[in-house]
Design a protein around this ligand. Sequence first.
Ligand SMILES: [Zn+2]
Length: 76
Amino acid sequence: MPQMYARCNNFMSGAASAVGVNCKFIAIGESEDEVLNQVYDHLGSVHSVDGKELTNNIKRCIFTRGTKVFGTRGHG
Ligand SMILES: [Zn+2]
């Protein structure tokens, strides 16, 4: 079951070279590594960015499901 996720828009907003990015991609995985790999892949293919240069930035934007409240939805 997916537990961790990162939104492209979040970590790209911290990259000076990517001002104005409004990407809705969300990487979802069971571990930080899994999310990171998806992000690297996405950044390389969609944004032509070397994701490894943004690793610290990305890690700050990886959240674990359940630790952040999105709203009042999600009773089940
Ligand atoms: Zn993106």
